[in-house]
Write a protein that binds this ligand. Structure first.
Ligand code: B12
Length: 488
């Protein structure tokens, strides 16, 4: 059976693209069982769908649905395959959080796959080959008499069963990006999921609050290949929670040191998982940046969203990063349901006190199936309602206009824009890292715009310039709001 796996295009220049790890993992797994797979990544190349179809003749096509940004691409590519009479499968994290009857109402999908796709795909391929019943495939939804049927969730795999990622499915160098002093940075992943229960996080659906780590030796082999064969010089851990504790971090640092490859790397973790000594050890082992979810500077609000981080460790963790020479990013969410202006003020005050390199304030986005989303549905009568798949585009922190907090919407916009501008024009670090976010944007635009279709490029350039103009005017025209929060 020929399986075609697709990463759809997204007309977005804010984020450079990165290795499509999800479908590479599925392809590498299917390959182990003799299934013939091809990957097409429309987010990095202009590809003719007709050519792909005619040269490969897929028996089934799977589209990755990472976020709401992919909606237009998914619909367009699926429309093409709808005429070819082959089953169309959508999977990926956006299906986990939003997959619903609305998806089937498009008439463009036959099967939705939930959570991790490797074993589900193998099961699907075998079932379709043998004319079996979809009801026997766990972890999917399909249509029966026009109604969506959901099969029982699939038991998560032991990650040790996953083979080493086969990067030959893609053209690795086209994914290199500039960031934090690296010029050939790619995303990689060591673990899946996070055991925490933050009420706003999609992890509840994607990984059911579990975390599983792949064998370290396999991960280091993959990095070695990316450095020696392709020349990668930086790795961004795509993990939700890269390290549970110091022991895990030391193990990885020692493995990196033993490999002697000299790359830089960075990851995302929670406040409280790593000691100051571990942070210093990471820096000495090539770690250049760490992302932390702080979310709010108000203890009560952090409790309400079950963040579960030690409040008194926040400031000292950023201090430890500064001491170690690590770029530290503090991520806040602004506009939580019911959040008050005073609570936002606490967040701004904390951000100002932190010795972080960069602070990001992104708008709260309503995600229906999360515990927080359910709470919103119970308590707010005017929560965002989705009537069709395109309505889900609202789940974008730049577009989202639906306020659920007590904070005036303009304050939220201005705070988000203020910290965005500060991050873009940040120059407060050692020379080679100054303005790195600005360089990242510029290099992304330059490298990607030519690879997009004309219409996509126009739309993406329009969106990026629109966003920058908005950030600029939000900050320039609202000194009163900035003053109110002590930012002027
Ligand atoms: C790397 C990354 C990116 C990269 C590239 C993404 C890519 N090419 O895959 C970049 C930086 C470009 C990016 C951009 C964005 N991202 Co991003 N990104 C991630 C990140 C950190 C890792 C994804 C990853 O590789 N995981 C590892 C692989 C192995 O897992 P996976 O992708 O989930 O794949 C598994 C399953 O989902 C499933 N699966 C995946 N594809 C398919 C396809 C089929 C057919 C099937 C059956 C199954 C299946 O099987 C896979 C193997 O088990 C995740 C967070 C995370 N840790 O997962 C966020 C995440 C996916 N991104 C997110 C967001 C919001 C965005 C942006 C919209 C940000 C923005 N506002 O601009 C953009 C839009 C990108 C887009 N095209 O839609 C959200 C999505 C939330 C949602 N579901 O709505 C996430 C979950 C982060 C978060 N918690 O907020 N992102």
């Amino acid at each position: 059976m020929n399986v075609l796996l697709i990463m759809p295009y997204h007309c977005d220049l804010i984020h450079s693209v990165s290795l499509p790890l999800g479908i590479i993992s599925i392809a590498s797994y299917l390959e182990k069982f003799g299934v013939n797979v091809k990957i097409c990544d429309f987010s990095i190349k202009r590809i003719s769908l007709k050519q792909v179809y005619e040269s490969f003749r897929p028996d089934i096509v799977g589209l990755s649905f990472p976020s709401m940004k992919a909606i237009d691409g998914i619909l367009k590519i699926s429309s093409f395959f709808r005429k070819k009479d082959i089953p169309i499968v959508w999977g990926g994290q956006f299906c986990d959080v939003a997959g619903s009857q609305h998806f089937f109402d498009t008439g463009l999908v036959d099967i939705i796959s939930y959570c991790e796709g490797e074993a589900t795909w193998l099961d699907l391929v075998r079932t379709l080959e043998n004319g079996g019943d979809l009801a026997d495939v766990n972890g999917i939804a399909y249509l029966k008499d026009g109604k969506m049927q959901v099969t029982p969730p699939r038991v998560f795999m032991d990650p040790a069963e996953l083979p080493r990622l086969n990067f030959d499915y893609v053209d690795v160098p086209v994914y290199f990006q500039y960031l934090y002093g690296c010029s050939k940075l790619v995303y990689v992943y060591l673990s899946k999921g996070c055991p925490s229960h933050c009420t706003f996080c999609m992890n509840t659906m994607c990984h059911r609050n579990t975390r599983r780590r792949r064998p370290l030796s396999v991960f280091v082999d993959e990095l070695t290949e990316l450095v020696t064969k392709y020349g990668a010089d930086g790795f961004y851990f795509a993990d939700e929670l890269a390290f549970l504790n110091d022991t895990e971090l030391y193990e990885v640092c020692d493995a990196f040191r033993a490999a002697g490859l000299g790359f830089h790397w960075g990851f995302q973790t929670r406040i409280g998982t790593l000691s100051d000594e571990a942070i210093a050890y990471a820096a000495a082992s090539g770690c250049h940046w760490i992302d932390f979810g702080v979310e709010s500077g108000n203890r009560e609000l952090l409790g309400k969203v079950a963040k579960g981080i030690p409040f008194d460790r926040i400031e000292s963790t950023f201090h430890a990063c500064k001491e170690a020479g690590i770029i530290s990013i503090a991520n806040f969410i602004v506009g939580f349901p019911g959040e008050t202006t005073a609570q936002l003020q606490d967040s701004v005050n904390l951000a100002k006190r932190l010795e972080s390199t960069q602070n990001s304030f992104l708008k709260y986005v309503f995600v229906p199936k999360t515990p927080g989303g359910r709470e919103v549905e119970r308590t707010f009568s005017d929560y965002p309602k989705f009537r069709n798949i395109k309505d889900y585009k609202q789940m974008d922190f730049f577009r989202n206009k639906h306020g659920l907090s007590q904070i005036p919407q303009k304050d939220i916009d201005v705070i988000q824009s203020y910290f965005m501008m500060a991050a873009i024009f940040r120059k407060d670090y050692s020379d080679n890292r100054s303005y790195d976010l600005l360089f990242k944007f510029i290099s992304t635009v330059v490298t990607r715009v030519t690879k997009m279709s004309f219409m996509c490029a126009v739309k993406a350039l329009g969106e990026i310039s629109g966003n920058f103009t908005r950030f600029f005017f939000d900050v320039a025209l609202h000194p009163g709001i900035l003053k109110k929060y002590g930012l002027k």
